[in-house]
Write a protein that binds this ligand. Structure first.
Ligand SMILES: [Zn+2]
Length: 206
């Protein structure tokens, strides 16, 4: 009889001796493009936000405190296109996440495909409520995964809008007022509505 039980675990090790230097070089290159993608989106947000403030001032509205503006920059065609561009052209089809917080500050993070970071780890310094949570599905399908549904369910009370982007003119819109559905657009036209229930068992991560 053996003194301790022996566990046989099959583990696939990701590391290989060959190509490790190559791997490091690729990671460095990826870091560069992540930074570039983030800056691209932040710059686009600044630009569009400034235009919006100017437009308000042009019609005589004095914007003293931009943090209180119920800003709508985030669901414009141009902003969503910029996010898609960052996710699929600047980055090699990596998921991009953008959060517009309660002060109209914009936070950008990049992950791998099918990985939603927000639910676990909201951006540091973010102020509630989340005005909009946007993320991409770089392989081109704008629906909510089980992970996404869990995220909006958890944040429902503190999140006003959420958008998933799957291409140019292909996106899903979620709103706090109808928290159990996602309106999915294709070529900028409403194509279908994804619905889910209260007691549904949500799937595993995509
Ligand atoms: Zn998703």
């Amino acid at each position: 009889m053996s003194k301790s039980s022996e566990w046989h675990r099959k583990e696939t090790e990701g590391k290989e001796d060959d190509g490790y230097d190559m791997y490091l070089a690729e990671q460095q290159e990826l870091e560069y493009f992540r930074e570039k993608a983030e800056q691209y989106i932040l710059e686009k947000h600044r630009e569009m936000f400034a235009l919006e403030v100017k437009a308000l001032e042009n019609i005589g509205i004095n914007v003293e405190d931009t943090t209180t503006l119920p800003e709508m920059v985030y669901d414009t065609k141009e902003f969503l296109e910029a996010i898609w561009h960052a996710s699929t052209e600047i980055l090699p089809a990596l998921e991009v996440q953008v959060v517009i917080d309660g002060k109209n500050d914009c936070y950008v993070t990049t992950g791998s495909s099918g990985y939603v970071e927000f639910g676990m780890k909201p951006p540091i310094g973010m102020q509630l409520p989340v005005r909009c949570w946007i993320h991409t599905h770089p392989f081109g399908s704008a629906y909510f995964s089980g992970t996404d549904i869990r995220t909006v369910s958890i944040w429902e009370a503190e999140m006003i809008d959420a958008i998933v982007v799957g291409g140019i003119g292909h996106y899903g819109l979620w709103n706090q007022d109808q928290p159990k559905q996602l309106e999915i657009y294709r070529d900028f036209e409403l194509e279908k509505v994804q619905k889910w229930g209260y007691n549904e068992k949500y799937g595993e991560e995509e």
